[in-house]
Structures are given as C-alpha cells and as structure tokens.
Ligand binder design. Structure first.
Ligand code: AMP
Length: 285
C-alpha cells in the first residue's frame, strides 16, 4: 500500500518514527508525470532502502518566467498508480503553500556549479532546485536520495550542496533510461509533436558523435564541439542551446580531453527544450 501524504508535519513525523526504529529511508524527488526513468530510480531505491518515499512537487521556484510551469503535465492518478505498482511506501505530494508558506524567505545558492550550462540558460533555476532539495531533505529526513544522470548538472550540484551543508544524505546517481531510438525519457517529451518526436533523437546522436570523435583520438574540446554541432545542424527543426565538452567534476569547459569528459547538450524543437549528456572515459573505467 502506498500512503499518500500531503501535510509536511505528517511527513516529518512518519520519517522520525521510522528513524527511531532504524529503518533506512530512501527518497526519489520528482516533479511527477512519472515515466520509466523515474521508475528506475524507484527500483534502485527499493533495492537499497527499507522504506521508499517518492516526492511529487512541481516546484515553481525552479521555473523562469515564460517557462512551462503552468502547462507542466500533472497526471496525478497515473503517478499514484505507478508508485503503487512499484511498492512505494509514501507518495509525498505537498501543496505549494505547504512548501513555501507565508513568510518563507530563504534561498540556497550553489555558486560556481550553477553558473554555466543550464544555469546560464535558465537564470535562477538552480537556486530553485537547491532550495527545494534542501527543504525536501529537511522534511523527509532521508538517508539516501536518488537522482538521474539525465540531469547531470543537477546531480553534481546536489552532491556539492549536501557536502557543503553537511546534510548527511547519501546521493545515488542512476543511469539515464532511453527510448529505443536513444531519446532520453523525459516528462517534457509528451509536448513533442509527432514530427518533432522523430527529430528528437538527434541530441543523443550528436553526443554520440562527440564520444566517437574522442575515442578516435580527437582531444580538442573545440573540435569535439564541432563534431556534435554538425549532427544537430543536419536537422533544421532543431536549434542548439548549448553543446559542451566539460570536466565531469567541475563542469568547466575542457579545452583538451585527457582522462574523461562529460558531454552536455540542450536543444530546442519549437517550444520544447530537451537536455541530455554522455560521459566519456579514456581510462577504461
Ligand atoms: P523530474 O521529475 O524531471 O524532476 O525528474 C526527477 C528525477 O528523475 C531526477 O533526478 C531526474 O534526473 C530523473 N530522471 C528524469 N528522466 C530520467 C531518465 N530518462 N532516466 C533516469 N532518470 C531520469
């Protein structure tokens, strides 16, 4: 049975009671419209935790003006059904007012890691993410939290945040789940028209072209960048927000690849914005 909790007070009380019994609590933070990517995180949490909480909160503070907050999909019944199917213990669905009550005035900012890529294209986004994740950890008191590599910059930032603020939560980052044609699963994929959907795998193809270039011995970030961009440019329906070759730890651009590289990409198809990434290692790990 999945218990639905909406009250923040009930959520924390539930968690503290389990802490007293020595139960290991895992949380999977989501914005809902759950798909097999989220499902993989839940399954991973089920494997290593005694109790699994899925949080579902479309966090207004991580959307910029003109972004898709109001039209973000909210298929709550289907989300609850998926949680039941996966044996989730608690589906935590707080209201906006419960998370940001009257008088709320704290923002958590991670500096350098939030500056580039998604942070540059979506000003304020990572302040919203860092603040809501901190808040969520305070409410749910998890031992472990599960994030997807799909949002790689987010996962790096959350690790930093947890370490900097001694939050005591273990962060597990799970591989990206993809459609058969390579498109990374995303709640936003449902915005794509059939024509856009056919173009969407080009982002993954571009990242793979970057990987191929590196594995063939190309080491200059600029050249690898051109190889990726060349693939996107084959499809006029797709425009590049950014394509980056960067250090997987600092997310700073890599002029030259030596040990490993994180290839990050964001593109637009009409009003839909997609992100993806690929880690390339030269050290055989
Ligand atoms: P979201 O609901 O989009 O905020 O995502 C919630 C969590 O699911 C985040 O940690 C995402 O990185 C993760 N996630 C989203 N899409 C995928 C995917 N295709 N594969 C694995 N994890 C994902």
């Amino acid at each position: 049975m999945t218990r639905v909790i909406r009250s923040v007070r009930t959520m924390t009380a539930w968690s503290l009671a389990l802490h007293r019994e020595g139960v290991v609590i895992g949380v999977v933070p989501t914005m809902g419209a759950l798909h097999d990517g989220h499902r993989s995180l839940i399954r991973r949490a089920r494997l290593s935790c005694d109790a699994v909480v899925v949080s579902l909160f479309v966090n207004p503070s991580q959307f910029g003006p003109g972004e898709d907050f109001s039209r973000y999909p909210r298929p709550t019944r289907a989300d609850a059904a998926l949680c039941r199917e996966e044996g989730v213990d608690v589906l935590f669905m707080p209201s906006r007012e419960a998370v940001y009550p009257q008088g709320f005035q704290t923002t958590v900012t991670v500096r350098e890691l939030a500056r580039r890529w998604e942070g540059a294209k979506r000003p304020g986004h990572f302040d919203g993410v860092a603040t809501v994740v901190t808040k969520l950890f305070g409410l749910v008191r998890p031992h472990v939290a599960f994030f997807g590599q799909k949002d790689f910059q987010q996962s790096v930032l959350v690790r930093r945040l947890v370490e900097d603020l001694n939050l005591g939560v273990r962060i597990v980052v799970c591989p990206t789940v993809r459609e058969r044609d390579g498109l990374a699963l995303s709640s936003r994929n449902r915005y794509l028209t059939p024509v856009q959907r056919r173009s969407a795998p080009v982002l993954h193809e571009a990242l793979q072209a970057g990987r191929t270039a590196i594995l063939r011995g190309i080491r200059f970030g600029s050249q690898i960048g051109r190889a990726m961009r060349g693939v996107i440019e084959t499809d006029p329906k797709v425009t590049v927000d950014y394509l980056a070759v960067c250090d997987p730890d600092t997310l700073e651009p890599l002029p030259r690849v030596t040990k490993s590289a994180m290839l990050l990409g964001a593109v637009r198809l009409g009003r839909v914005r997609l992100i993806d990434n690929l880690l390339v290692r030269l050290d055989g790990r």
